[in-house]
Design a protein around this ligand. Sequence first.
Ligand SMILES: C[S@@+](CC[C@H](N)C(=O)[O-])C[C@H]1O[C@@H](n2cnc3c(N)ncnc32)[C@H](O)[C@@H]1O
Length: 252
Amino acid sequence: MGRKKRLPGLTVKDGFMRHPFDIENGVQTSGLVHGRNLTTGHPHDQHSTAYYGIAPSVLRKLCARWRKTPLLAPPQDYSFIDIGAGMGRGMLIAAQMPFREVIGVEIHPELAAIAQQNIDRWAASGRSRCPMRIACQEVTTFQFPPHPCVAYMFNPFREPVLRALFDHVAEEFARRPGQLDILYANDELADTFAAYPGWAEIWRGKVPLSDEDEAADKAILEHQADGEYGWSTDEPCAIYRWIGNPPRRRAA
Ligand SMILES: C[S@@+](CC[C@H](N)C(=O)[O-])C[C@H]1O[C@@H](n2cnc3c(N)ncnc32)[C@H](O)[C@@H]1O
């Protein structure tokens, strides 16, 4: 039987390089796969940006920033949900913090399978402080847990999917104002949040990458076969809280 062909962007020929996070931790989260190569047959595929793992220092700092905001409950009561979890790098980092659970939602089966292997390794090596699971599904069908939730996204999709996700959130959290926060890294669609009633922006700013992460992204992204993506010393990020739609006034 022949070897299964790797996704474009995960072979040396395509400029693949391992991130230090993988080398240090014995996991597989490296690589850059363009959205056009992440087809699953779902109509939302056309709006997928890319697979690329978050700079670990950025997610750790963003979570620390979130913990300083006025929370509904202690952080350990929150479910952490990685929207567009890819190979699970964000999940592995979050699971080192005391959340109730860490859930990844990933549409692409091959990436979700790699995330599952990484989760198993993380749990077996004792690095996880909370239960973890990956849900291989499209995010607008995901049923959020019945606890306070903090979701995180690393710019996974374009506007049509973000708006569809907001409609889904508006239904799921209709009677749960304040129970969903979103940590948005590389917040290209901040204007879409601003235009949708129900979101309060509670923080916005640039999160600097650690020197190690900056050097890694620079080396990896300068090595891309087609040079489509640039690297940066900091990541524009925002934190939003679902406060709910105001009740409609009755006509007099
Ligand atoms: C930038 S990568 C995510 C990296 C990961 N969150 C991390 O922190 O390392 C974006 C991921 O979102 C996934 N994705 C895109 N559209 C999606 C959708 N509609 N539902 C679920 N996952 C989606 C892609 O397959 C891709 O793996």
